[in-house]
Design a binder for this molecule. Structure first.
Ligand code: F6R
Length: 607
């Protein structure tokens, strides 16, 4: 995590650096800082906490200069204090870093032995000292960086400024993303195209091991062998307007309400409504021969994978292994050559998922990636790229990316079933019809926003909340609990409803709201029986179901939330809406920071 930006410009940079940080605050918001170069001086301003603290510091103490770097931090090594905030600087250099320098300890010990003094607890500061040593020895900035990069292990995106070289920055990337932006007589570095959106749309993505020398005239990029290389300049589609909040109070709220549109947008790439066919992009391998699928992801994306497991197994009869990415490599999974490994990620940069992808590649798996950032590391390393078209997701809690992931995964599962001869033409037409109905059903679900806002006060005082679901709605129960935990700080757990009686039912009393997800359909009766077991023990139930379900089982519940009646295939997409809205309104009622909940960051680029 952490967001970095650098500008070598013709005009003052500090305001524009801060503006870039605003666009990246979703990457981390524990502290922030800028450093400019002016009159052979490094001018550094830093502040603990949210970005507005840095803005206040700059109001009273500006950082003049036409060259500068800036950083917004999600703490890994060292508490979120001002002294641990980036940029880290010596007398000669200042730098910002996203990632982790894994071998910082031996490097730091060596540096201390050589008499260097540290002022922070971070891993990053060692890089500042290593580069500084070289510069103090009379090396040029380029020579200094070339000498230091091979000493670093771990993951990094770096932007480095030099006291005696105004008008020059050096960037480097290994394992963490870094882009170069080209402006009119100005050149930029940034963690992503979003950070640079108001400055330029002309972007080059650095490859692994690349480093780059940036001046106002442009950039010279070198590969890990220090050979000058060309990297394509692409026009980024991200405009500053797509990342405004518009009429909404929070990004999360806006993103929840965008779901009908972005799911429709995503489906356009995966179904042909006129032909009533599922349509996947060309793939460089034979999908029919796939005998086993390994799905790997984290957090909300993992829950999308959990729903997809039901679909792959039911439709295509292909066995699926499912892992959270942080566990995957360490359990030494058995990966038969030629298997399909499927990675799901909003950002495409989550370090655990990326490491699992690389591990699978080394083990002869075909790599399919469902990802929302088509220029991300995962997208670049995929054999089969399946983009979601959710648009930038800024709220830290993932919402619209999840429903778009489900749309892609449903289409992929149906396509696999078709090529394997497990799905008839009629069944395929049915799947397409139901998926086509999803955007309208999402709209209908959103119509209950006010009703959900009105009952949120029933959940807001709780200390613990349970979510129950069965079949493909069980992952939705987990997702509901995750959403509530992360933005309202209420402890919540999701359970398979049939599992309650094996232990968790002991938690039930009148202080624990139990949210039951039970669309009518084949599993309804069983879920309702589990719900009755809870009610018999004094549990306070919030039942989320359609009109039929509520008519049958809604009586005696503390509250009910009505959903449109939908086919079970699209129920997980539609039932995502009430769990998102409930978490959202509870968080608003509690007054938490919805878009930037404590301790979190959007894109987790450390393992
Ligand atoms: C929860 C949430 C996280 C992410 C997880 C994976 O609301 O946003 O659990 O889903 O960090 O991130 P991606 O999908 O970017 O790999």
């Amino acid at each position: 995590m952490c967001g970095i930006i650098g500008i070598v410009g013709k005009e003052a940079v500090s305001d524009r650096l801060v503006d870039g940080l605003k666009r990246m605050e979703y990457r981390g918001y524990d502290s922030a800082g800028v450093c400019t170069v002016e009159n052979s001086q490094l001018i550094r301003r830093r502040a603990e906490g949210k970005l507005f603290n840095l803005v206040n510091v700059l109001k009273s103490d500006d950082a003049p200069g036409h060259t500068g770097i800036a950083h917004t931090r999600w703490a890994t090594h060292g508490a979120p204090t001002t002294s641990n905030a980036h940029p880290h600087a010596t007398g000669e250099v200042a730098l910002v870093h996203n990632g982790i320098i894994e071998n910082f300890k031996p490097l730091r010990d060596e540096l201390i032995k050589r008499g260097r003094q540290f002022e922070s607890e971070t891993d990053t500061e060692v890089v500042a000292h290593l580069v500084s040593e070289q510069v103090e020895d009379g090396k040029s900035p380029e020579e200094a960086v070339q000498a230091v990069l091979p000493q670093l292990r771990g993951a990094f995106a770096l932007a480095i400024a030099f006291r005696s070289h105004p008008g020059l920055l050096i960037g480097a990337r290994l394992g963490s993303p870094l882009v170069v932006g080209y402006g009119d007589g100005e050149t930029y570095l940034g963690s992503d195209a979003l950070a640079l959106a108001p400055l330029t749309q002309q972007i080059s993505y650095l490859e692994e091991g690349d480093w780059v020398v940036v001046t106002e005239d442009g950039a010279t990029i070198y590969d890990n062998q220090n050979k000058a290389v060309e990297r394509e300049v692409t026009t980024s589609g991200v405009s500053a307007a797509t990342i405004e909040k518009g009429q909404y109070r929070h990004y999360m709220q806006k993103e929840i309400f965008e779901q009908p549109t972005v799911v429709a947008q995503t489906l356009q790439s995966y179904i042909r409504p006129l032909e009533q066919q599922v349509a996947l992009p060309q793939m460089g391998f034979d999908l029919e021969s796939i005998k086993r699928i390994t799905i790997v992801a984290c957090g909300t994306s993992y829950y999308a994978g959990m729903v997809a497991k039901y679909w792959f197994e039911t439709f295509a009869r292909v066995p699926v292994d499912l892992d959270v990415a942080s566990e995957f490599r360490y359990r030494e999974p058995v990966l038969e050559p030629g298997g399909l490994a499927l990675f799901i990620s909003q950002s495409g940069e989550t370090a655990d998922t990326l490491a699992a992808l690389r591990h699978s590649k080394e083990n002869d798996q075909k790599i399919a990636v469902v990802v929302n950032v088509p220029t991300s590391s995962m997208a670049r390393e995929a054999d089969l790229l399946l983009p979601t078209h959710a648009g930038p997701e800024i709220g830290v809690a993932s919402t619209k990316a999840f429903s778009c992931q489900l749309a892609v995964l449903a289409a992929l599962a149906a396509h696999l079933a078709v090529v394997k001869g497990k799905m008839s033409r009629e069944e395929e037409m049915d799947v397409v019809r139901h998926l086509t109905e999803a955007p309208a059903a999402l709209n209908a679900a959103l119509a209950y926003d006010e009703a959900i806002a009105d009952m949120a006060h029933l959940v807001a005082p709780a200390r613990d909340v349970l979510y129950l679901g069965r079949g493909p709605d069980y992952p939705l129960a987990l997702e509901g609990a995750l959403k509530l935990k992360e933005i309202s700080y209420i402890h919540a757990e999701g359970y398979a409803s049939g599992e309650m009686k094996h232990g968790p039912i002991a938690l039930i009393d009148e202080a624990v709201p139990v949210i039951v997800l039970a669309p009518s359909g084949p599993l309804f009766e069983k879920t309702v029986s589990n719900m009755q077991e809870v009610r018999a023990r004094g549990g306070k139930i919030v039942l989320i179901s359609d009109a039929d379900g509520l008519a049958e089982a809604g009586e005696g519940c503390m509250a009910t939330i009505e959903m449109p009646r939908v086919h079970p295939l699209i129920a997980p997409l539609v039932y995502a809406v009430p769990v998102q809205l409930l978490a959202y309104h509870v968080a608003v009622a509690k007054g938490t920071d919805v878009d930037q909940p404590r301790n979190l960051a959007k894109s987790v680029t450390v393992e």
